[in-house]
Design a protein around this ligand. Structure first.
Ligand SMILES: Nc1ncnc2c1ncn2[C@@H]1O[C@H](COP(=O)(O)OP(=O)(O)O)[C@@H](O)[C@H]1O
Ligand SMILES: O=P(O)(O)OC[C@H]1O[C@H](OP(=O)(O)OP(=O)(O)O)[C@H](O)[C@@H]1O
Length: 184
């Protein structure tokens, strides 16, 4: 029986990377792999367990068919390795740190994916992005402006609120993943 693709999205600063890091052991223990992204961001500033590559290397990987999914945002290119298809075929669930903009394309390729939207109370994103100290003030403004173009949630996705403790968001994520597995 194929596994389930869990597509995690949320505005920049909502806590996707933090949540995946905190939940990684429990996800693994529950038969869910986390896809390691390839990003055209320097290794030092990747800030997650991603592979940083040059734009040229990324373009080559696209040509070679290295990615199951790939998109561009925030001036960067992101790729999800094809390996996820082997995991899914072998019955493992796979969690992807995805893009809200790219969701319709991802849905075409994986019609049964579970879309999960991580949200925080308005006003808190800037605070969290500033605390992260990865982007410049201008980059933070651009990321906040980008949010205006997305609806908060639709019928096709479930939400996790990360306004409070990250530990609570993790509990909700694990529940969702286990529930999705039971229904597959
Ligand atoms: N529940 C939380 N409470 C307080 N700070 C948090 C929480 N979740 C994430 N953060 C912090 O917010 C910042 C943005 O989180 P991050 O995981 O990088 O978000 P994203 O990957 O969605 O852009 C980081 O500095 C992180 O430590
Ligand atoms: O279409 P959107 O939903 O806006 O998403 C665009 C991209 O931004 C995030 O990446 P990244 O990890 O670089 O940014 P973040 O850490 O600031 O969330 C997200 O994971 C997407 O790859």
């Amino acid at each position: 029986m194929p596994g389930k693709l869990i597509y995690l999205m949320g505005p920049s600063g909502s806590g996707k990377d933090s949540l995946l890091q905190l939940a990684s052991d429990d996800l693994l223990a529950n038969g869910c792999r986390i896809a390691r992204r390839v990003i055209t961001r320097s290794a030092e500033s990747v800030g997650e367990d991603a592979l940083g590559v040059t734009a040229e290397a990324f373009a080559r990987m696209v040509e070679e068919g290295a990615f199951a999914l790939h998109w561009q945002a925030n001036g960067l290119s992101y790729g999800i390795p094809r390996q996820i298809d082997d995991w899914l075929a072998s019955g493992l669930d796979v969690l992807v740190n995805g893009s809200r903009e790219y969701l319709p394309v991802a849905r075409q390729r994986y019609p049964d994916l579970l879309a999960v939207l991580l949200v925080v109370q308005p006003g808190m994103l800037r605070q969290r992005l500033l605390a992260r100290k990865r982007e410049t003030a201008a980059q933070i403004d651009a990321r906040l402006a980008r949010n205006a173009s997305f609806v908060e949630a639709d019928d096709g996705c479930v939400t996790i609120d990360n306004t409070g403790r990250l530990e609570d968001a993790k509990t909700r994520l694990i529940d969702l993943v286990m529930d999705a597995r039971r229904r597959t």
